[in-house]
Design a protein around this ligand. Structure first.
Ligand code: NCD
Length: 308
């Protein structure tokens, strides 16, 4: 399988074999996520973040540096020439001549796709508005593979929270449909998974339960995937107030769950998971964020044609 110079824009562009191939490489590289390597010696990766980020930007940065490469970039639009009126297209035309790959986070859906049509170096979508976040999905799948006792295809996954604006869950839904996992989508009525994604999955024959009642999904779940209500995407703050705090996991709320349930969250959390849950045997969200490093090492080394 050859990923050299490919772009990573949406999980919808991948087959299950391709996803597994990337995850297998992540598995091989995981020891280097702490000890380091020289796989990207002399390579430069640009991280262009027009929206806030902690984990995604820093884990890409860490992944590059753990492979002996370097990064350039910015962490907000205000520190780039965007404030002077430069378009994203022009910025991409400049950066592609400086760097060997571009990691882009932008508030506009479709921004990464557009950048990939311009750039001669690989573009990785690190989040485009409420669109997609494919490398988050790769690390989510990796977490399920490493932390669950069953293969992904046998899992019952409850995805909870803001399914309308949450880009991580859009990407995850497409990917899990390739594995035939059983899915429950739990959200307030106004924040349901977009109809386009539901219809796509139904056409593929995927079994989906949609509900607004968390308890309906929780007892059957092997994976509880919590998400933040995406406050910044709401056109009207009053609408956000109506759904803020819709779901919150506490130790009491976990009574009756499967013994080996794992709880995941792309983070940051606001109030979806009480801090008391952090010490429970179910919590995996901090481990999950570590897995971003080997998974992004795998992606970057593949796009840059590095043999491992
Ligand atoms: C997510 C994002 O930016 O979409 N965070 C992340 O990348 N880990 C989720 C979120 O912001 O809620």
């Amino acid at each position: 399988m050859n990923f050299t110079r490919k772009h990573i824009i949406s999980t919808k562009d991948f087959s299950r074999d391709e996803l597994d191939f990337i995850l297998n490489r992540a598995e091989r590289l995981e020891p280097n996520a702490r000890s380091g390597s020289r796989l990207l010696d002399g390579r430069i990766v640009a991280t262009l973040f027009y929206e806030p980020s902690t984990r995604t930007r820093l884990s890409f940065d860490t992944a590059v540096k753990r492979m002996g490469g370097t990064t350039v970039g910015f962490d907000s639009a205000s520190s780039s020439s965007t404030v002077k009126g430069e378009t994203l297209a022009d910025t991409i035309r400049i950066i592609e001549s400086y760097a060997d790959a571009i990691v882009l986070r932008h508030s506009k859906e479709g921004a990464a796709r557009m950048a990939s049509e311009i750039s001669r170096v690989p573009v990785i979508n690190a989040g485009d508005g409420a669109g997609h976040h494919p490398t988050q999905t790769l690390l989510d799948l990796y977490t399920m593979r490493k932390e669950c006792k069953k293969p992904i295809s046998d899992l019952n996954v409850a995805i909870v929270g803001d399914l309308k604006y949450g880009r991580t869950v859009h990407s995850l839904a497409y990917a899990l449909s390739l594995y035939d996992a059983q899915l429950s989508f739990v959200s307030p009525e106004g924040l349901k998974m977009p109809a386009s994604i539901i219809n796509y999955m139904k056409r593929k024959g995927i079994d989906i339960v949609e509900t607004s009642v968390l308890a309906d999904a929780l007892s059957k779940a092997d994976v509880l995937y919590m998400t933040r209500i995406q406050k910044e995407r709401f056109p009207d703050p009053a609408e956000y107030q109506k759904v803020a705090g819709s779901y919150s996991i506490t130790m009491k709320g976990l009574e009756g769950v499967k013994d080996d349930l794992i709880i995941m969250h792309p983070l940051p959390r606001v109030d979806e998971i009480a801090p008391e849950v952090d010490a429970s045997k179910h919590a995996r969200y901090f481990q999950q964020s570590f897995y971003g490093v080997p998974v992004r090492m795998a992606v970057l080394s593949l796009l840059m044609g590095v043999e491992v």
